[in-house]
Each structure stands twice: as C-alpha cells, then as structure tokens.
Ligand binder design. Structure first.
Ligand code: ASP
Length: 715
C-alpha cells in the first residue's frame, strides 16, 4: 500500500520460496488496519477467506463485528451465548491483581469459577460493543469554518466532536457515542457503542502460565506465554447496562465466535478484528525525529529507573509486590516497547528515510504551480512547529511525569487548590470545608508510598539539574545550591506530611490554612504553574499541528495518487495475513509455531520461566490429549503471523479462513515495535496464543470442565 517494501534480498528469496512451497496465496498482504468502511473494498476472498466477507461486516445484519468487545485498552470476543469473553491474561491482570490478597493470591495461582455464582467482579472494567458508525466530517469541519486562530479552530473541532457524541449518546438504551478523528483535521466518524458495566472474572491461568517468560520474553519471539483469560459480561434483567449487582444476568450477544480446536498450520490465512490504539505512520519526519531524540529515550530511561526502584523496595515484601505488580507491568511494557522502537529507528534509519521521502514530496510540490501555492510553505511551517516542540519537549515530559507519579506533589497541590478556594470564599463556607480538607489530606498521606516517592523526587530533581540546552524546570531553582537528596529531604520534612499537625493545627482554622507556606508548597506551586504554561503551549501547537497535518496528508495523497488507510485511533479495524516466520537478524530464522517442549526447556532457567509442578508432570506423563500435534511433536503454544497490529489489539481474536477462532493476539515481535511508525512485511509480525494451548491448559492444568463445555458445546 502506501509504503514501498524494503526487503533484503534474503527476505525476498525467503518469501518467494515460501510462496512456492505453499503455492497458496497470491500476494502477501500489505500494511493495513482497515476501518469498517474499507473492509468491503478488500478482496479478502482472493487473499484466502473462505466465508462471505458479509459475514465479517454487514451494517444491515448480524456479523462478526457483533462478537467483538473493546475491553478497557484491549479487545475481547464473545465465545458463548452466555456472554463469555476471551481476552488476554495481561488485559485482565489489573482486575486479578485487585482481587488478590496474600491469602488468596489469584494472580500467582490463577482463578477459576466453577459456577457463575463464583465469578468475581472485575472492578473498574467495562465493555463496549460497536453498534453503528457514520461519517460526520462535514459537520465537524463546518464548525471550524471562518475561524483563523488555529488554537480556536482546533477547540471548535473538539467541541463539535463532543457535542455530536453527547447528542448521539442514549444512556437509557445503554448507548455511548464517540466521534473519532480518522485523519487529523480531515475526517471524523461517529461511532455508537453499546456499553456493558458489569464484567466478572471467570478463568485466569496461574501467572506462571499467563505471563510465562515475564518481561524477558515480552515483545519477543519465540514465545511460550499462555496469555489468555476469560471474563463474562452481565446486564440488568431488562437487558440494560448496570453496575455490578447480584440480580444481573449474563449478556446474550448477537453473535459469538466458534472455536476450532484443530488450530492452524504454517501458511494459513488468518484475520484479526480489534481495537488498535495509536499508530503514527502519516506523521512528518520531524515527528519521528522528536520520538527518537526526546520522547522514547526520556520515558524509557525513567521507567526503567522506576521499575528497578520498585523491585528493590519490594524484594522481601509480598504485599508490596502485589501493590506494585500492575504498575510495574505497565511501565515495563512501555519501556521495552520504546527500546524496541529506538532500535528499529536506528536499524532502519527511519528518520532519514522519512526526510528523503519528504524531499521527493517537496520536489513534486515545487513542480506544480497550484500545488506550490497551496503547499509551498508547508515544510517551513512543519519545521517551525517542531522547533518549538523540541524546545519544550523534555521539560514538558518531566512535568507530566512528576505530576503523574509523585504522591507528595499530589498532596501539596491538593492543599494549594483548597487554599485558593478558601481565599476566594466567604470565611463561613471556607471553615465549613475544613473537615473535608483534613480528611482529604490524611487520606492522601495514608495512601502515599513514601519510600518510593522520596527516591522518585530525588531522581527527578537530580535530572532537572542536569537539563542542558532544553527549557529549564523552574522549580529546580528552589534547590538553591542544595543537592537533590538534600532538597528531597527538606520537601519530605514538610509539616504537610504530619497527620497530627494537619488535624490539630493546620485544619483548625481557615487562617492557618491561608498562612501555611513552606518549600513543599512553593515547589508544588512552581511545578503546577509551569505545567499550566507548557500545557497551554502544547495546546497551541496542537492547533497548528491539526492544520498542518491535514495539508501534509492532502499533499501526500496528491503525490502518491491514492488515499491512505488512517492511522490506528482506537476504532474497530480488520487486518489479515498468514501464519508465517521471518528473519529477525542476519542468519537467524524464526519459524512461526512454538510448542510445549519450548516451555519445558525454558523452565529449566527458573525465575520468570518457572512453571507449575503440575504442568511438568503433565508433560512428563505425555498427557496431551487431543491437542497433540504430530507435525510439531507436541502441544502448540504460540503463533506468529504477518498482520498489522498494535497496542490495543491485545486480546483480539485470530480467525481462520472459515471465521473460526484459532488464537488470541497478545503481542508483536521486538522488530515489529517500530511498525507504529512504519509497517513492513519483512519485520512486522504479531504474536498470539494458539487456541490449542488455551484449551489444553484449561482442561488439563486447571480442570475447567464447565468452561470447556460452554465454549465447545456448539462444535
Ligand atoms: N502487547 C500489546 C498490547 O498490550 C499488543 C501489541 O502492542 O502488539 O496491546
């Protein structure tokens, strides 16, 4: 599609030989996360699909789309008429983590509800099912017509998007609408989603299966992770969306997927439906340069430091380990993804490639008078925008991370906001709020993680002191010659952290609140003010960006004489491809299906590869049942395929040519992390857990007989 393939001779040869061996697909799929409207334009039948494409997407009837759910930042799919959903272990992780205690450590040991009554509410989880969509670009853009100021223009667009979504939402019928920007400043689609608010945990394998290989194997092939879990959607007895209640009943989806326990083979056609989060393929070279120089290194280094610190602090403390588990997992996932991207950027020299491409686009613009009139200054403007972005970038990231992660900042800033409120209020109403202030502050102190926070604040101010040419962190001036350690010591000896002082002195009168001032509150104030300043600047830049990106994509379309597939934006997409290996490095070939013997082999290393004893016993006793595969000589575990996926596709169903579920997508290979900026068939590979492993684990390791009956009863 929109990007030229850059295969090495090696991969071309491999590809040709594989086509020859399989002799089954006419051409490899190109980049493509196709929105619903594009699905009918694809010749999926030619690519290998054996069912009518209407069965996948049919705006006038029931289709596979009705079996799909957006589950938080992930995807899931219905696999029974009783609202059972299959997704990833890492997608249910937060809920399992929350339900776990040191006595009932479901995260470590797994969880199985034998009866519906035993299912546990997945706190904070909700599902969305796509109901309909409609192009509303004209209405959205009309709202910005005649507005010259780019910040105001952008705001007018955002306001109109929110207004259309609010008008189309219908809470009585459990419909929530959302307008999604498909091409920045160009195309907008209104999606209506049916909401389900009661989601319960049904079956989660032990962590040693669901997260086998931990962070070492994350984003890596060959993979042996059983990254799956089952949850169930519930609604009120009248079918409407309702928060958890005992009276709720399982939701009956319009469509649920059939499982094919026979799985797949190398070369098979597969397709994936899901909710990919964000890609940035239509962004200018300078955006990618910004990622490479500022965003990716800064965040990956900071997250790495945070993880090390949390691990060190919780080493001997199981309760603290449980407390940190979800946070560490999230940080580590991003950190490794960013490192993979940095490596890919360097390996592909992507920034240079993008600049080369833009130079050709510039030549094209220069060659045509009317194009020159329209787009002649485009690249200067893009440069101007990114010069400013570079200038504030690191400081803005520092402020965002500091305000997001520091408990002591949150405490001081909460105090400040009350104080400002008190200053604006009549003394009587202010004193009426003293109790609320007291409880809020004490609550924050009790929830705060002092040890980690102190180390974090020290690190952040140490870093801020070393910022070079970049925009400075104003609060760093408060160090006044002190070291970051000394400064943190001072911040953490603030009386705002002393519960007795809060109870007996600070919150005793409005006056004492108004008069309280120390280095902590001054630091918080400085951080807060600079955050406001840079947020306003960022908003201004994003108005300019909206305008420029619309022009940039128009110019590119005129040049390439084709339209593009919009970048992923959290809306429903289809992607297809084949079960297929690749060459990740010189002289290394990765074949596309792993098996149980690989799990056993890695388990010798222990640590993140430790497995339940029972799994080893099953293996030793050769209890593979119907899931043994002759060709592989074992039970298949994970599969690799050349679809186009990104974060958010986690939990997406992998379907075969007949539309049967043969696996659950959960990751990409390390080399493929770069595909958020540029997809290429030679390195873009997604990773899923094979349905045969899901069934084998559920049946043999966990004895989940009821669950198996429920999902296989229709076969
Ligand atoms: N592991 C990813 C996720 O969490 C999937 C991916 O980025 O490919 O959504």
């Amino acid at each position: 599609m929109s990007y030229k393939r850059r295969r090495t001779i090696f991969t071309v040869l491999l590809f040709v030989s594989l086509v020859f061996i399989w002799g089954m697909f006419p051409s490899a799929p190109a980049e493509g996360m196709y929105p619903l409207s594009e699905i009918p334009k694809n010749d999926l039948t030619k690519a290998g699909l054996k069912i009518n494409p209407d069965e996948i997407f049919n705006p006038d009837g029931v289709s596979y789309i009705d079996a799909l759910v957006k589950l938080g930042g992930c995807t899931g799919s219905f696999v029974s008429r009783d609202g059972l959903i299959i997704t990833n272990h890492h997608c249910a992780f937060r809920a399992v983590n929350k339900a776990s205690t040191t006595e009932h450590n479901y995260l470590r040991d797994g969880f199985l509800a034998n009866e519906k009554e035993e299912e546990i509410p997945a706190e904070g989880y909700a599902c969305r099912i796509a109901d309909s969509y409609e192009d509303v670009s004209e209405e959205v853009l009309a709202a910005a017509e005649g507005i010259d100021d780019l910040t105001e223009r952008n705001q007018a667009i955002r306001d109109k998007m929110a207004e259309l979504a609010a008008d189309a939402s219908d809470s009585e019928n459990s419909i929530e609408a959302q307008v999604s920007e498909m091409f920045v400043g160009k195309t907008y689609v209104l999606f209506k989603y049916r909401i389900i608010k009661d989601v319960r945990l049904v079956y989660v394998p032990p962590r040693s299966v669901g997260e086998f290989g931990g962070e070492t194997d994350n984003w890596i092939w060959p993979r042996h992770t059983g990254d799956f879990s089952f949850v169930r959607a519930y609604v009120a007895p009248d079918g409407s969306a309702a928060e958890y209640s005992k009276e709720n009943v399982p939701y009956h989806p319009k469509k649920f997927l059939r499982i094919n326990p026979k799985g797949v083979q190398e070369g098979d056609f597969v397709f994936i439906l899901g909710y990919p989060g964000r890609t940035f393929r239509h962004m200018p070279a300078r955006f990618v340069e910004y990622q490479e120089k500022i965003q990716l290194p800064y965040i990956s280094q900071l997250f790495e430091w945070m993880i090390d610190e949390m691990e060190a602090l919780s080493k001997e403390d199981e309760a603290l380990q449980l407390e940190y588990a979800s946070q560490i997992k999230g940080l580590a996932n991003t950190m490794k993804n960013y490192k993979g991207k940095l490596r890919g950027l360097k390996r592909l020299q992507l920034v240079r490639q993008k600049f080369d491409e833009e130079n050709k686009l510039k030549e094209f613009i220069e060659s045509d008078k009317s194009l020159k009139e329209k787009y002649g200054s485009l690249f200067d403007e893009i440069n101007g925008l990114y010069d400013e972005q570079f200038e504030i970038g690191k400081a803005y990231l520092w402020l965002r991370m500091f305000t997001r992660f520091s408990d002591v900042y949150r405490l001081a800033q909460t105090f400040q906001s009350y104080r400002e409120k008190f200053e604006a209020e009549e003394p009587d109403s202010a004193s009426g709020n003293l109790n609320e202030l007291k409880e809020t502050l004490i609550g924050l102190i009790e929830k705060s993680d002092g040890n980690f926070d102190k180390a974090f604040v020290t690190k952040m101010f140490y870093d801020a002191g070393k910022f070079g040419e970049e925009r400075k962190i104003n609060a760093a001036e408060l160090l006044n010659g002190k070291t970051a350690e000394e400064f943190a010591e001072e911040l953490f000896s603030s009386k705002l952290l002393d519960k007795d002082f809060i109870e007996n002195e600070l919150c005793a009168s409005v006056e004492s609140v108004k008069n309280f001032d120390d280095i902590l509150t001054r630091t918080a104030k400085s951080v807060f003010n600079q955050t406001l300043e840079l947020t306003a600047k960022t908003k201004e830049l994003s108005g300019v960006r909206t305008d420029l990106l619309a022009k940039f994509v128009n110019a590119k379309m005129a040049w390439k004489k084709q339209s593009f597939i919009p970048d992923a934006n959290g809306t429903l997409r289809l992607t297809y491809g084949y079960v297929k290996g690749y060459y990740p490095a010189d002289a290394v070939y990765y074949s596309p299906i792993t098996s149980l013997s690989g799990v056993i082999d890695k388990s010798m290393l222990g640590g993140e590869y430790a497995i339940p004893d029972k799994l080893k016993t099953l293996y030793d006793n050769k209890e593979f049942g119907e899931f043994y595969n002759d060709e592989l000589g074992g039970v298949p575990v994970a599969i690799l395929y050349d679809t186009d996926t990104t974060g958010g596709n986690s939990g997406s169903p992998i379907l075969n040519a007949y539309g049967e579920l043969i696996g659950v997508n959960f990751d990409r290979a390390y080399e493929a992390t770069i595909n958020d900026y540029q997809w290429d068939e030679s390195y873009s590979r997604s990773i899923g857990v094979d349905i045969r492993y899901v069934l084998w684990i559920a049946k043999y390791l966990s004895g989940a007989d009821n669950l198996l009956k429920e999902i296989t009863e229709k076969i």
